[in-house]
Design a protein around this ligand. Structure first.
Ligand code: GLV
Ligand code: MN
Ligand code: MN
Length: 410
């Protein structure tokens, strides 16, 4: 690699936003105060660089470096997201946005000029942590979710997406497919921290994405009868915790049998008294597998286990799909171009498939898309311990700058 840098002031300015001082975890849920601070940070980063900033009708942020002659050609766009899961790490999302600005700085330092518009984007609600539907900003943009369905999504307090957008100063009536914007994009490159240990094992600071596994989220609702923990005979109980437990165990077993992944990471038990049987339990299943047939088998086993256990316990059960993302194979042509560019800069990046979802995977349905991964020594992600070494972040910026120079500059 050829001397990329890790843009510390830009990174440092974002680091405190939404950070829990006790756990170090990030809480940057969409359309909250922390999200607004991230958006201000993005606007400042764009303004400091003389980039034209705009928010599209789906709440995604864009910053444009345009050629002096206006550049009639299609754009190259890079970026990621700024929202986090509850208690997330600092790198998932922000690394791609900070690296995008830092790569532009590097191109300028080298005296390069864009031959076509070069955009930085931060997609809204990528994690789906507030409204339950992953990659919402990019999915709305490509038309993968209907606007009326999206507007009706609710958060844990019953606030609709429509109300949250309006509260944040946007117009929920405007959300929806944005084909004109997509038609102006030649290619999208997302840089992201790796959410596993493949690069660490291979001793490589940077890799490129091959494919994203199909994945989705399912909600299971179990309704029983609240009652006294100290007096209700076992035979008289209608306890929704039992089908919930059956679902957790089935998820682990089915994932193991299908060489996939299944997780129940969120559960709400009501009313939540130590000395009472729950009246209801809601649980969210996240499942991923290398192909849709395996995924389908995992999910149906988990849902069946919950339903059968519920029936045997006198508990009512229902389930619904919250979001589904088909498997994505990234453009072979664009990946080959990335690999050739990085090889010229002295790196042969490994090609990695991943079970993690990304806006690049959603955009790939509409425009050629590719991803660069930056090494994560522990592989931990969606947790405060998520980490990338500064020299690897710099290598990521360097790789991204080389790719942008090749695709967008003269
Ligand atoms: C996004 O990080 C996801 O894969 O859930
Ligand atoms: Mn994530
Ligand atoms: Mn991410």
């Amino acid at each position: 690699m050829n001397g990329g840098r890790w843009e510390l002031p830009l990174w440092q300015a974002l680091l405190p936003v939404g950070r829990d001082p006790v756990t170090g975890g990030y809480h940057r849920l969409s359309f909250t105060e922390a999200d607004a601070a991230c958006r201000d940070w993005f606007a400042r980063a764009a303004a400091d660089r003389g980039l034209r900033a705009e928010t599209d009708r789906n709440g995604n942020l864009w910053a444009w470096w345009t050629p002096r002659d206006g550049g009639g050609e299609q754009a190259i766009v890079t970026g990621s997201h700024l929202d986090s899961v509850p208690g997330g790490g600092p790198y998932d999302g922000p690394l791609g946005v900070v690296s995008a600005f830092a790569a532009i700085d590097l191109l300028r330092d080298r005296g390069l000029e864009p031959a076509r518009p070069l955009g930085v984007v931060a997609f809204a609600e990528e994690e789906g942590a507030r409204f339950g539907s992953a990659c919402l900003g990019s999915r709305l943009t490509v038309g993968a979710i209907a606007p009326q369905e999206a507007r009706a999504l609710t958060d844990a307090d019953g606030v609709t997406l429509a109300a949250a957008i309006a509260e944040a100063g946007g117009d929920p009536g405007m959300i929806g497919p944005d084909p004109e914007r997509l038609a102006r994009i030649e290619a999208f490159i997302e840089l992201h921290i790796e959410q596993g240990r493949a690069l660490a094992r291979l001793g490589a600071p940077v890799g490129v994405a091959g494919a994203i596994w199909p994945h989705g989220r399912w909600r299971i609702d179990l309704a029983g009868q609240a009652d006294h923990a100290g007096t209700t005979r076992l035979a008289d109980r209608r306890d929704p915790m039992l089908p919930f437990a059956a679902a957790v165990v089935a998820a682990r077993q089915a994932a193991q049998d299908e060489d996939g992944l299944a997780t129940i990471g969120k559960v709400v038990a009501q009313p939540g008294a130590v000395n009472a049987i729950c009246s209801s339990v809601s649980a969210w299943l996240d499942a991923r597998a290398r192909d849709e047939a395996r995924l389908e088998r995992i999910v149906s086993r988990v849902l069946r286990a919950a339903a059968e256990s519920a029936a045997s316990q006198g508990v009512q059960s229902s389930e619904r799909l919250d979001s589904f993302t088909p498997g994505v194979r990234f453009s072979d042509g664009l990946r080959a171009r990335l690999a050739a560019t990085l090889a010229r800069a002295g790196t042969v990046p490994p090609v990695l498939d991943t079970g993690a979802g990304h806006d690049a995977g959603v955009l790939a349905a509409a425009v050629p898309a590719a991803m660069l991964f930056v090494r994560n020594p522990s592989g931990i992600s969606h947790a405060p311990a998520e980490h990338a070494d500064p020299q690897d972040c710099a290598a990521g910026v360097d790789a991204l700058a080389a790719v942008l120079a090749e695709l967008a500059c003269r």
